[in-house]
Ligand binder design. Sequence first.
Ligand SMILES: O=P(O)(O)OC[C@H]1O[C@H](O)[C@H](O)[C@@H](O)[C@@H]1O
Length: 613
Amino acid sequence: MAAMSGKIIQHVLVAQSCQQNRQFSTQYRQDCCNLNTRSLLPFLGGNLAWSGTSTIQLCAFSKLNRGIVYCNAASSTAAISSVEKSDFLKLQNGSDIRGVAVAGVEGEPVTLTEPVTEAIAAAFAGWLQNRKKPDASRRLRVSIGHDSRISAQKLQDAVSRGIARAGLDVIQYGLASTPAMFSCTLTENEDFLCPVDGSIMITASHLPYNRNGFKFFTSAGGLGKADIKDILERAANVYKTFTDEELRDGERRPSQSIRRVEYMTIYTSNLVQAVRKAAGNIEKPLEGFHIVVDAGNGAGGFFAGKVLEPLGAITSGSQFLEPDGMFPNHIPNPEDKEAMKAITKAVLDNKADLGVIFDTDVDRSAAVDSSGREFNRNRLIALASAIVLEEHPGTTIVTDSVTSDGLSTFIEKKLGGKHRRFKRGYKNVIDEAIRLNSVGEESHLAIETSGHGALKENHWLDDGAYLMVKLLNKLASAKASGKGSGSKVLTDLVDGLEEAAFAAELRLKIDQSHADLKEGSFREYGEAVIKHLENVTDSDPKLQKATVNYEGVRVSGYGGWFLLRLSLHDPVLPLNIEASSKDDAVKLGLAVLSAAKEFPALDTSALDKFVQA
Ligand SMILES: O=P(O)(O)OC[C@H]1O[C@H](O)[C@H](O)[C@@H](O)[C@@H]1O
């Protein structure tokens, strides 16, 4: 410990009483106590154990209304006795775990209680122990980070208890980004206790304030669906071993010694180095650029002060950088129209060269050029493809299924690459790119319209901040070589991308309690709808089914296309339509509707409205 920087690593204790926190709150604000009755003990050996990013977060919670909400947060005693294996399995959301962590929203009972969380963390530790042999000189170590959600501290404490319970070392990072939590499994730096053997990010991405969840990483990447299921099954067993006292008083149990590391300093300095290197080792390659950041009150505020400013950029006009788990300004989601409007306005108001926006946990991003043109969805993919294809001519770009026909033409005809339009889901897209490389087809970029983008050069980590670094590299190198000093260099890269005049996504719900399901699953029902639509399409000469398609049914016609597929997570059939006019889009919509109407458990009201409007 002595060899390590005292500024970086401290011991903290979890799960102390409100009284102890009251002492602490005199230093900050009284209402901070209300918010952290189950949180960190501030003192160890007379030193404040809370530092850096955590302090920022704490202060962000200091508004009274936040306090009220937090005090409604899940009581560990609520709904404890009846948590069954099936309840644990319901927490799976693809390759993530998601649940309700804060009480108070009608119809949304708390599912991520502290004991449930502790059991999940202990299960992950057990899963890790089965796979990794610890170094003889040390125990396995697991790091924990979280986004700005109001339940973050409570869940961090419970996760810490679960990991420690399994006998592994716990290292807390405080406010962090999801990509940083993968990155720390690869970083070689013993001063920062890296690499860790496994890591947990506490986040529910852009979902409402009452939700939370977990993503798990090892040096092999994010855990997949099968591993998550395994962990939840193990968690159900761990949970059974909890004593009544543990279930009742989870958050007040004696504390364990936990280490604290400011890992985000390593992560951000890696981003800074990447841009400097790309610009030819210039210290401030972004000098003269004005770049505004919108972190949506999530975890991405670091990008302005810790990445852009050291590179010389001006960041005035950046907004919503302070973590605030009530997300009072807009949903932190680059797919959200209001969010994109907000960053566009900030760029125009500030006459900035570029705007950058992140989702809550910074694994997704988008940008806006100086004229207010959005680089998100297909346009972001086109831009990233152009950059990657300059570096790796001919490479395959793997995308999700809802990408446009115009994007394929752009990648293949204009950029000379290959477009593999695969399935929805960032993990699916990344895994497909990895698979292609393993069978000899070179791929350097896997990217979704949602803003998840992963590069081979960055360990296939879907990192919203790194994706933006690729754009910054372009700005910096253009400036260094005298080719321009604004965002025009980026705008020019997407020149020639054909974009549909009309695009819509409608989500058709399947009523799981409807008799027409005949006790089958919503998946089977959804597949039947898709199959029927395929048959209808086959008999309509104006429609052509895509020959290469990996998910749902994709059909061209009336100068546009539609895709009907099953949602990754919900009993929903999302329908994407793109066409050159609303009239043509309606014609495509009517073709879908004629098939969908045969299925009474399918709620077609959104489509009805669409074709009538
Ligand atoms: O299938 P959907 O309901 O449209 O959801 C699909 C989306 O789910 C999650 O948000 C994943 O993080 C995304 O990668 C994925 O694209």
